[in-house]
Design a binder for this molecule. Structure first.
Ligand SMILES: Cc1cc2nc3c(=O)[nH]c(=O)nc-3n(C[C@H](O)[C@H](O)[C@H](O)COP(=O)(O)OP(=O)(O)OC[C@H]3O[C@@H](n4cnc5c(N)ncnc54)[C@H](O)[C@@H]3O)c2cc1C
Length: 424
């Protein structure tokens, strides 16, 4: 990491997720000074968060220290701090500890859970966007089993052992499959518990799961989840949740002590004030060159950026979009420095996939549709290769092999700091 040369253009990048980290690396040899800012000191591989939440992986296996990743980059300084506001007029970002001036700014702040202004959901359900939330879910699920062992009332016990996930997109589907498998592993730990009381329920408002994939893939996901014991309820809308009962529509209530909210995300709060018009998920519309319409020296990439593809569809909030946009934002920034014309963004869609626990996945890649075991192997390979750091890849591979061979979930720990032991 660097000593700052103030003669060179100062580039500040906010966010060291998929987009920000990629942009920082792409600027390694450029004649600029880079300051990368993130509230965390690690880069998080969000696609495997659900495995931390279901005791399959530990947090350090899917997170990597940013200073370690960028240690050899001479033109880069890393600052761990929460950015609290942006001053585009003065070309400054303000963090909790300091303020930083820039010549060029790349905003790669991602997204956060969207509870659609439903206070009850925000208070009582779990989001799944960061490590703390994933660990809180793991602690809570394991804790429900401990509490159920001490509960005499069968109705309360059933609510304790009912795990509900709202949202039938990739996160909800993966989470439901993984909880169903965790529950099976826990049968061995709690032989005295009546496991007929355990339910895993996936709620989806639309008429099918994984609506971004072809109907055949949705049906395959539904079949695989049902086979694993998940109760999938389509056309089902969550109205509210008070920590004990989910109100479904007007007339139905579902007793549960666990609701995991995977039904929506929105652009990160830091950038929302930059919106000049309202776009879905409160994303901010950028120019095809990825600049902000109101300030050409600010690039906005990844989940928080709203841009449509050639057919008029919004680009999906996925890692490949963020990374490809990082590459173009860096190219365009360097073009600007040299007063060269900028290029528009074109997304190369390599496909998408979702895993459904052990052995099962659906994948649509390069125009081909895969289901079942083969899709699962492809999913494993793709995710393993994308993890940052050899250590993390090796540990995750060992963990997956262990889980596969022994039907085990190694990280079945309740951390006392997060233990919600008093509420059940
Ligand atoms: C559970 C889950 C599963 C997913 N599965 C997949 C998948 O299988 N495949 C796929 O392609 N995509 C998946 N995604 C989506 C993918 O993770 C995102 O599309 C991607 O992370 C977006 O990259 P980004 O750079 O825009 O933001 P992020 O990677 O989210 O990075 C944003 C960074 O900005 C930092 N930040 C935000 N606000 C501030 C602030 N005010 N101050 C300082 N730092 C800040 C954050 O700490 C974070 O490090 C998944 C997401 C989740 C949550």
């Amino acid at each position: 990491m660097a000593t700052i040369d103030y003669q060179l253009p100062q580039v500040v990048i906010v966010g060291a997720g998929f987009g920000g980290l990629r942009a920082a690396k792409a600027l390694a040899k450029a004649p600029v000074n880079v300051t990368l800012v993130d509230r965390n000191n690690y880069h998080l591989f969000q696609p495997l968060l659900y495995q931390v939440a279901t005791a399959g992986l530990s947090p350090d296996e899917i997170a990597h220290p940013i200073r370690g990743i960028l240690r050899t980059q001479k033109n880069l300084t890393f600052i761990m701090s929460e950015v609290t506001s942006l001053d585009l007029k003065e070309r400054k970002i303000i963090t909790q500890q300091t303020s930083l001036s820039y010549d060029y700014l790349i905003l790669a702040v991602g997204s956060e859970t969207n509870f659609f202004n439903q206070q009850s959901l925000e208070e009582h359900s779990f989001g799944l966007k960061d490590l703390q939330e994933a660990q809180a879910i793991r602690n809570h699920i394991l804790n429900r089993f401990e509490r159920a062992m001490l509960e005499d009332d069968a109705i309360v016990r059933r609510a304790m052992l009912t795990f509900v996930i709202a949202g039938g997109g990739p996160t909800g589907v993966e989470m439901a499959g993984a909880i169903a498998e965790l529950v099976r592993v826990l049968q061995k730990d709690y032989p005295d518990l009546d496991h007929d009381l355990v339910q895993v329920v996936l709620l989806e408002a639309a008429d099918r799961l994984l609506a971004h994939l072809a109907p055949e893939s949705s049906s395959a996901a539904l079949e695989a989840l049902t086979h694993k014991g998940v109760q999938v309820r389509l056309h089902t809308l969550v109205a509210s949740y008070d920590g004990k009962l989910i109100q479904l529509g007007e007339n139905e209530q579902l007793p549960t002590q666990t609701l995991i909210w995977a039904a929506g995300v929105q652009a990160a709060s830091l950038v929302r004030e930059l919106a000049q018009e309202k776009w879905p998920q409160k994303r901010i519309k950028v120019l095809p060159t990825l600049q902000l319409p109101q300030d050409e020296k600010v690039f906005l990439i990844g989940d928080a950026a709203y841009l449509q593809d050639a057919s008029g569809q919004p680009l999906p909030m996925v890692a490949p979009v963020a990374m490809q946009q990082a590459d173009l934002a860096v190219k365009n920034l360097l073009h600007m420095i040299k007063s060269e014309p900028l290029q528009p963004f074109h997304y190369k869609d390599l496909g998408s996939m979702a895993t459904i626990g052990r052995n099962q996945a659906v994948a649509e890649l390069f125009g081909a549709r895969l289901h079942g075991w083969l899709a699962w192997v492809v999913w494993l390979f793709v995710h393993l290769m994308q993890l940052v750091g050899f250590r993390n890849r090796l540990l995750v591979l060992i963990n997956w092999a262990w889980q596969y061979l022994f039907y085990d979930r190694a990280v079945r720990l309740i951390e006392t700091g997060d233990c919600d032991c008093s509420d059940g």
